[in-house]
Ligand binder design. Structure first.
Ligand code: SF4
Ligand code: SF4
Length: 137
């Protein structure tokens, strides 16, 4: 028997989806590890490990540091957007992405590299969605 697939209804303007980490135009990590987003996140989905006094310096000029580790537990994230609103350097931004999967629980702990890679892969789509959402922001 053929299974009926549910039809995707599309995404409304202003939809907030999975957050990602932004790179600057030179491809460097924008996050300066201030931990504001971690502090405001209601379900405590964000975990940041700062570099510490002897840790790695930022890979871009005019920034002191970047996180040693940055992780979002996508099992907890409620797409509230507080992280994006609180970030002083616009380095964490919500996308229109609402579908992702993992084959085991650990796959849904998005690491810094995974969060940065979202921008590499969906940059054009994210920019178009942001332009469409501008009137709601
Ligand atoms: S969207 Fe909300 S729940 Fe998800 S990581 Fe950001 S602050 Fe946390
Ligand atoms: S994403 Fe923004 S708010 Fe969060 S630690 Fe980095 S700079 Fe701070």
């Amino acid at each position: 028997m053929e299974r009926t697939r549910r039809k995707h209804r599309g995404i409304i303007d202003g939809y907030r989806g999975a957050p990602y980490l932004v790179k600057d135009q030179a491809g460097n990590t924008k996050c300066v590890s201030c931990q504001l987003c971690e502090f405001v996140c209601p379900p405590k989905a964000i975990r940041i490990v700062p570099p510490g006094p002897a840790g790695q310096l930022a890979d871009r000029p005019n920034a002191e540091k970047m996180p040693a580790e940055f992780e979002i537990n996508m099992l907890r994230c409620i797409f509230c957007g507080f992280c994006e609103e609180s970030c002083p350097v616009d380095s964490i931004v919500e996308t229109h992405i609402l579908e992702y999967h993992g084959e085991k629980r650990g796959d849904l702990y998005f690491t810094k590299d995974m969060l940065l890679a979202v921008g590499d892969r969906y940059e054009g789509e994210i920019a178009a969605a942001k332009a469409a959402d501008a009137k709601y922001r």
